[in-house]
Design a binder for this molecule. Structure first.
Ligand code: M6R
Length: 612
């Protein structure tokens, strides 16, 4: 996904821009570039490929400059190529633009601008912004770039975070934002721009999060903000508290395995402030009144990818504990299926990034129908965080690997706390029972650690299944819900085809695929469903598949039926998802490692999907 950086100050800008671009590499990209003002002249250097390719180009053409913007592009309109890479310039070449998002009306704008004599050199939607700015500078803004940007933004439809350098403004950077994140980092006598605060963290912790429709002009000394009409506005400074070290690999080979090992702490942090020092449930500052909670008639959970699979667990949970009908939907389906919104319902959006385009659109659609939205996001200040009615954040810390792991587990924590809290308020669970379950939840970080301490079996499994091209994940109830996430993880990182099925579905189709040596990962921890799952294991084994069974510590009868057994600590059935997801995560990591995959940045995938 695209990334924007920018710098203005006394230091040499190029090394800072390159460093910041490297910090955004994890988002995935196909080309990169910078635009700087060199002796007052707008100079663009860009290339298809990696940041190292850009850095090599810049070494051939050293630029001693103090102001510039940079970009990593992930192709949406037009192939990955150097002409399509950002920054883009207009006819005059005197200003350069970097952009994240999509300009939906770029075809019409381009046609109009071409009619006015503008010559386009790329296939991108972004290039229209550069030409449009030039047009506004001449017509309406009287050479004032700040005003030109306000006017140009009024003509743009879609999502954008834009940063501009221009020869007419050698001491200023300009920015505008709508539906695509942009932050300004505040330094001493210098300032920074980034689409993701991770890029700014080594330089400053003080940031301004821009809101939709904010236009900004940034000098070395300060920042002025206005709305699109030019009315001055104010945004509070946010102090970023997470540690920059937390965003680095910390001795592990990959972010993925580091982040899996951070799961115990991520759970503890997410429980903090919601469980009191006596270990009792204490969700106090939710922003939903007890009357709202009592009135609830329906819950919608909407999300994408891993966050959606966390929501599938939430559906089981809310329905089982609250007896409130709960729908869990994929955001890209939900937003276009004209859902029926009922009064007294709550829509929960789940998102690690808080920026996923489809989930954000679903949030807005629900609000348009008067439905209250509660956001479970990991990025404070993200679009979903800002736009939802109620926030109940995960505290997983920055997640760098494209594959979501610790965020998923903390998304479960938030949903469990909400379910327990709602159930107590609605009188469906006694406070004592909620506290008993919270007591067990407090033991989960230690139990996850026990599983992490037994990593050897996953390396062994990885060695054994290196040649396998297909994997199946089976389970029932909450075990089925977690299997979905296990299969997604395996396919996205190892590139091995993986499918998850509710075990009861076997006879309705997938049994045809069970034959000699096909690996089948069966999770069988739900006590009430154990006998049924065991029957499914026997059916699969009868077809000579290779069965890996994930069972409770106390299970003594599984060994004779399967090829491999993984035992995990005991807890209440309902809390098992916190533990059953860890083995598939470890198996995925070690299999992908054995296969030599690009673990942290799997092909074709990006960390934050801000376009639909
Ligand atoms: O930031 P979000 O949680 O909204 O992202 C949703 C999905 O794009 C994300 O979970 C994706 O499926 C990951 N690659 C999963 O590992």
């Amino acid at each position: 996904m695209c990334g924007i950086v920018g710098y203005i100050g006394p230091r040499s800008a190029v090394p800072i821009l390159i460093d910041k671009l490297r910090r955004l590499e994890y988002r995935g990209y196909d080309s990169a570039g910078v635009a700087v003002l060199e002796h007052g002249t707008c100079t663009v250097v860009k290339t298809v490929g990696k940041i190292n390719d850009l850095a090599a180009l810049l070494e051939q053409h050293p630029l001693d400059v103090n102001i510039g913007v940079g970009h990593t592009r992930w192709a949406t309109h037009g192939q990955p190529s150097t002409p399509n890479a950002h920054p883009h310039t207009g006819n005059s070449g005197k200003l350069a633009v970097v952009h994240n998002g999509i300009i939906e009306n770029y075809v019409e704008l381009r046609r109009e601008l071409e009619g006015q004599g503008h010559v386009f050199r790329s296939q991108t939607d972004t290039e229209v912004i550069a030409h449009l700015l030039e047009e506004k500078l001449d017509n309406g803004a009287e050479g004032d770039l700040y005003r030109a940007l306000q006017l140009a933004a009024q003509d743009l439809e879609g999502a954008y975070a834009v940063a501009v350098v221009a020869e007419s403004c050698p001491d200023r950077l300009h920015v505008v934002r709508k539906d695509s994140p942009l932050v300004i980092g505040l330094g001493e006598g210098e300032n920074f721009i980034a689409s993701d605060p991770t890029a700014i963290l080594p330089y400053t912790r003080r940031v301004l999060y821009l809101e939709n429709g904010d236009v900004g002009v940034i000098t070395r000394e300060g920042v002025a903000l206005s709305d699109l009409q030019g009315n001055p506005i104010h945004r509070d400074v946010t102090e970023i508290t997470w540690d920059v070290g937390a965003a680095e690999k910390g001795g592990y080979d990959h972010y993925m395995i580091k982040e899996i090992h951070e799961i115990p702490d991520a759970i503890r942090h997410t429980l903090r402030g919601r469980v009191n020092s006596d270990g009792k449930l204490a969700v106090t500052d939710l922003g939903l009144s007890d009357d709202d909670i009592r009135a609830l008639k329906r819950i919608y959970i909407v999300a994408c990818g891993t966050s959606y699979y966390a929501g599938v667990v939430g559906k089981y949970l809310f329905e089982r504990i609250l007896r409130v009908p709960t729908e869990c939907d994929i955001a890209s389906e939900f937003r276009y299926r004209d859902p029926i919104f009922e009064p007294d319902s709550l829509l929960i959006v789940i998102s690690q990034s808080g920026e996923t385009a489809d989930t954000l659109a679903a949030l807005r659609e629900a609000q348009r129908h008067g439905v209250k939205v509660l956001a479970i996001v990991n990025v404070i200040g993200s679009s979903m965080y800002r736009e939802s009615d109620v926030n109940f954040p995960t505290w997983a810390g920055p997640e760098i690997c494209v594959a979501s792991t610790k965020a998923y587990v903390t998304q479960l924590v938030c949903q469990y706390l909400l379910a327990f809290h709602f159930a107590v308020v609605r009188g469906q669970m006694t406070k004592e029972e909620a506290d008993r379950l919270v007591g067990l939840l407090l033991q989960v970080p230690g139990q996850v650690q026990q599983i992490l301490d037994g990593e050897d079996i996953y390396r062994e499994l990885a060695e054994n299944f290196m040649e396998s091209r297909d994997f199946f994940f089976l389970g029932r109830g909450l075990d089925a819900a977690v299997s979905l996430e296990g299969a997604l993880k395996l396919k996205e990182i190892s590139y091995v085809h993986a499918e998850a099925y509710a075990a009861g579905e076997l006879k309705h189709g997938p049994l045809a695929l069970m034959w000699t040596d096909v690996p089948v990962f069966v999770t069988a921890t739900q006590l009430e469903l154990y006998d049924k799952t065991l029957s499914n294991i026997k059916e699969v084994k009868a077809r000579r598949a290779d069965v890996i069974a994930l069972v409770r510590q106390s299970n003594t009868d599984i060994d004779e039926h399967v090829d491999w057994v993984i035992r995990i600590p005991e807890t209440d059935d309902i809390l098992m998802p916190f533990l059953t997801i860890i083995p598939p995560y470890l198996l995925t990591y070690w299999l992908s490692y054995a296969l030599g995959r690009e673990i942290d940045q799997p092909r074709n995938l990006a960390k934050s999907v801000t376009v639909e």
